[in-house]
Each structure stands twice: as structure tokens, then as C-alpha cells.
Design a protein around this ligand. Structure first.
Ligand SMILES: [Zn+2]
Length: 306
């Protein structure tokens, strides 16, 4: 006779082995259900009772160890009429795998479903018939894998692309800030030198002399282009001019690979650094992102349009 500990921790029974088997068949008891063999005084999970897992119940109640040993020895030779089929528990992992795979939430549960499915298949294979649910485990594994195939590309779209965009935006912002300060430095220089912008040939030397820029400082670097002593060049058409006397939308500084004291014009523009655009500083002090195709149409010469 056996006592069964119910889900509400109440002890039920005692029951005969036949009743316990009915509980198992009905799904009211499983491998983890606690069972007490009356007279033994120790509660154990049902999975540790060979009479309910491995072999059919014997109607005599000899010592359990001998009983199970003899059943195991005789299990192959026992006449079919004398035995009832062994009870197999449905693998919880297999069920879990199907559930997680079906949800597939953002691929996260699909990964768990895939793992659960594979573990379930292993456990079922090792259980020697005590666990069933191979079909479910296969379904869970395949379902989870399919969900991953759907979600991984979707996730890269949803997570990786915005992440890259965020990094790009941060690089754009840092470069914009650098150009604003450099543009400001040029205007301060002009204010200190008779309203004249520096000479294009050594404009950065002059700004550095006046401590308006720091040589090798981060303020002259574009995060999208490393390895240059200065990532920006001066529009040589404005060399020595009064910034207040040129149209405000004239290019003053632009992104270029010329390096320190870099100066020139539209042909000296860097290849596109910020996606398909470059940052440009104008004579009025503003800084803008300009798409590559618009760069040649900017005002590069400080003459008013006719
Ligand atoms: Zn830049």
C-alpha cells in the first residue's frame, strides 16, 4: 500500500499499487510526486519506485529491493500475459520545449525551447522507457529551431541596426561639436587679428599659436576617420578674408584627409564619412550635415551669386 502526497501537501491514501497506477495514467501523479510505501516510513519521488517506472506491479508485497531485482532479471523472459506494460512518464522537458518553441518570443524562448528539446530527447533515450514524449521533443526542437530562423534575422533588424544607427549618430554629434568649436576658433582668431581669417597655408599653426586649438587634441578628430592629425580642412578661398564680408553660406571648413594645415577646395573633400554625407562649417558659424551629392553645389567661392 502507498500513500501519495497531493499537490496541497496533504497525504492521501493508503492506496493499492493499482490505484497508484491509475493516478499515473490519469496524469495526477508523475515522476516527482512524493510517495510513501506504507511500513517504510520514507517519502520518495515516484520515479524512485521501480514497481511504477520500470516493471509491472507485482501483486505480492515482498521486500522492494528483491522484488525489483527479480523483476528486472525476469523482465525479458516473463510471459506477455503475466505483465502489464510499464508506465512511462511524459518528459516535462519535451512539453516545455514545445511550449517555448511555440512562443518563440524574440527568439529568446526559442533558444530555451531548442535546448529543452535536445535535453528531453537525451533524457528519453537514457530513460530506458521510463520517459516518453519523443514526438513532442522532436516537435519542440524543430519548432524552436524554425522560430530561431525567423527571429534571428528579425532581431538583427530590430536590435543591431538601431544600435549601429545610434553609434553613427554619436559619431555625427561628436564631429559636429568639433567643427562648431573649430569654426568658432576661426572667428575668434579673425576678431583678434583685424577681422582677418588666418592664412590658409598655416591656419592651424596660427590657431595653435593663439591657443585656440590643441595640437593632437581630440577636438580635431572625426570619429568616423581615425589616423589624421586633423580631420578638417580650411577653404583656401577664404584665406585672410573678413568672415563678416563673405556670404554666410560660404564653406569655411570641411571634412578632408589632408591632415595638419590642410586647405583646399571642393576637390579636397573627404570620401563620405558619416554615411553618405559630410559635415561642413560655414562662414556664418553654422555647421551642417550635407549629403554627398549636394557638396559641389555649395558656395565654395566667397562671391555673392549674381
Ligand atoms: Zn566627421
Amino acid at each position: 500500500m502507498y500513500k501519495i502526497r497531493g499537490q496541497d501537501d496533504k497525504d492521501l491514501g493508503p492506496f493499492t499499487a493499482v490505484v497508484v497506477r491509475q493516478w499515473i495514467s490519469a496524469g495526477r501523479a508523475d515522476a516527482d510526486t512524493l510517495l510513501l510505501k506504507v511500513g517504510e516510513g520514507e517519502w520518495k519521488p515516484l520515479s524512485q519506485f521501480p514497481e511504477f517506472t520500470k516493471a509491472p506491479v507485482s501483486r505480492d508485497s515482498g521486500p522492494p529491493s528483491q522484488e525489483s531485482a527479480s523483476l528486472r532479471r525476469n523482465s525479458d523472459s516473463r510471459p506477455a500475459s503475466d505483465s502489464t506494460p510499464p508506465v512511462a512518464f511524459l518528459s516535462r522537458l519535451a512539453v516545455t520545449s514545445v511550449g517555448l518553441g511555440a512562443v518563440g518570443l524574440l527568439g529568446v524562448t526559442a533558444v530555451a525551447g531548442l535546448v529543452a528539446g535536445v535535453l528531453a530527447l537525451k533524457a528519453i533515450a537514457r530513460s530506458g522507457g521510463r520517459l516518453k514524449g519523443t514526438g513532442l521533443a522532436v516537435t519542440g526542437t524543430v519548432l524552436s529551431a524554425s522560430m530561431l530562423l525567423v527571429f534571428v534575422p528579425a532581431m538583427s533588424g530590430l536590435i543591431i541596426v538601431p544600435l549601429m544607427q545610434k553609434r553613427q549618430a554619436a559619431a555625427d554629434e561628436a564631429c559636429l561639436e568639433n567643427m562648431r568649436k573649430l569654426n568658432q576658433a576661426l572667428h575668434i582668431y579673425a576678431g583678434n587679428h583685424g577681422h582677418q581669417l588666418p592664412d590658409a597655408g598655416n591656419w592651424l599653426d596660427l590657431l595653435a599659436q593663439d591657443r585656440l586649438v590643441v595640437r593632437d587634441g581630440a577636438g580635431l578628430q572625426c570619429p568616423s576617420r581615425s589616423g589624421l592629425s586633423c580631420a578638417y580642412a580650411f577653404n583656401e578661398a577664404l584665406s585672410g578674408l573678413d568672415p563678416a564680408q563673405v556670404p554666410g553660406d560660404t564653406v569655411l571648413i570641411f571634412e578632408s584627409n589632408l591632415g595638419w594645415n590642410g586647405h583646399g577646395s571642393v576637390e579636397d573633400l573627404a570620401d563620405s564619412r558619416h554615411g553618405m554625407q559630410l559635415l561642413i562649417g560655414f562662414a556664418d558659424g553654422s555647421v551642417e550635415r550635407v549629403p554627398a551629392y549636394q557638396l559641389p553645389q555649395l558656395r565654395w567661392l566667397p562671391v555673392p551669386t549674381p
